[in-house]
Design a protein around this ligand. Structure first.
Ligand code: NZQ
Ligand code: ZN
Length: 388
């Protein structure tokens, strides 16, 4: 049975090679002052920075440059941006980059006018935003998080060693997002693959939950098959436009919240992955690839039929002569092979986790899980399995 739900996604998407040409028209809807938020060097290297600056100047905007948003954006960096926004009465935050830049822009948007400490109020306290929200828009350069069309904002509090996501209401979603697959050609293979596994994980976190006949599960199977197909295509040719565009759109579809609204979801792999990143600052997608097989091998028995279905429908595992348990395990083993074949990280050791960190990561992880609610001990077991 489908849950009752309200679905509303206000982000307007401009997709394709020509998508930047719509920026000028969109900018007319906002005031003069624009905070241009971005990371380090990538958007300058691909010439996107100068193109965007030109469009902003042609549109008569006053640009406030905000560079240096790091992967796994920190609370401190976000608060720097919030101060600029408040002090200068910024009208629009334009995020140009990957999920970290867009997440940071949303965090700045809700924090700039918050009278209380935003970390405690919004990320820990999960309160509704009751202060002014500054509009955010994005130009995406990395297919991964879905941040370009959702209210998610994941921030790392370095002092507390806690990385925490928060999903804000539709007022905080990007007003528009520009998605040009050509921008992703310059990504190092490591970042491309990290992004792809993040997308894969978003599908699995929504798929491995519930047992009803739910339309989302069929859509998720198709989406996962498409992602596997396109992963192979870009290994053969990293400038395969068809594959790059499929991957970019899959990143949006995976987390624009449409697929998950009608069913229970998991997200425990993300909870553990976030704490691995909090301790090592590793790439988000790789934190997920390093633990997913261990997590699923640890929990599959509690949702056996779904894991069997995944093996057959996503990885084409043959059923004849095998028990449900064997089929389900073969599916997870094939996921492991996929991770290895495409140079994704398969061990937390490779990400910089050491023996001493394991209990700290387990203790600080938010406990949950769809088919099994994990305890601290369960998380230690999963981390050790991925460590060895
Ligand atoms: O800083 P620059 O020079 O721009 O380099 C970036 C960065 O080092 C580089 N990059 C981006 N586009 C590029 C490029 N390099 C070459 N060519 C390009 N076109 O890639 C590096 C990583 O960027 P980042 O934004 O950190 O990657 P990603 O998009 O994977 O974002 C990860 C962050 O998003 C959060 C993650 O936890 C993590 O903090 N997530 C956000 C979600 C949401 N809002 O819904 C959900 C996700 O599950 C995730 O948690
Ligand atoms: Zn993710």
């Amino acid at each position: 049975m489908l849950f009752d739900f309200i679905y509303y996604n206000p982000t307007k998407i401009y997709f394709g090679k020509n998508s930047l040409s719509y920026l000028k028209e969109e900018l007319k809807k906002y005031g003069k002052k624009v905070l241009l938020a971005y990371g380090f060097s990538s958007i300058k290297k691909i010439g996107l920075y100068s193109e965007v600056i030109q469009i902003l100047e042609d549109s008569g905007k006053e640009v406030f440059d905000f560079p240096g948003i790091m992967p796994n954006p920190t609370y401190k960096k976000m608060m720097e941006g919030a101060k600029i926004v408040k002090d200068n009465d910024i009208d629009l935050i334009l995020a140009v980059g990957g999920g970290s830049v867009i997440d940071c822009a949303k965090a700045i948007s809700v924090s700039a006018y918050s009278k209380d400490d935003p970390w405690n109020k919004y990320w820990i306290g999960r309160k509704e935003v009751d202060n002014k929200i500054v509009p955010v828009a994005s130009i995406l350069t990395l297919a991964a998080t879905g941040s370009e069309a959702n209210g998610g904002s994941v921030i790392t509090n370095e002092e507390l060693k806690k990385k925490k996501g928060r999903v804000f209401s539709p007022e905080v979603y990007p007003k528009f997002s520009i998605l040009n697959p050509l921008y992703t050609y310059s990504l190092p293979l490591y970042q491309t693959m990290s992004g792809i596994f993040d997308i894969f994980s978003h599908f699995m976190e929504q798929y491995f939950s519930g047992e009803d006949d739910n339309v989302s599960d069929y859509l998720l199977e198709g989406a996962m098959r498409s992602l596997i197909h396109s992963t192979e295509a870009i290994m053969v040719n990293s400038e395969d436009y068809e594959a790059r565009s499929n991957i970019m759109w899959l990143s949006t579809i995976a987390l624009n919240t449409m697929l998950g609204v009608s069913k229970p979801q998991d997200w425990e792999v993300h909870a553990i992955g976030h704490q691995i990143s909090a301790y090592t600052l590793c790439a988000h997608g790789m934190s997920l690839s390093s633990i997913s097989p261990s997590y699923y091998l640890y929990t599959y028995k509690y949702g056996l039929e779904k894991f069997k279905r995944f093996a057959i429908n996503v990885f084409n595992i043959q059923e004849e002569g095998k028990s449900s348990d064997e089929i389900a395990r073969e599916g997870i083993e094939t996921l492991k092979d996929y991770i290895k074949k495409y140079n994704m990280v398969s061990s937390i050791k490779e990400l910089g986790v050491n023996e001493e960190m394991i209990p700290l990561i387990a203790k600080s992880t938010d406990k949950g899980g769809a088919y099994k609610t994990l305890t601290e001990e369960d998380i230690i077991n999963i981390l050790r399995d991925s460590y060895n």
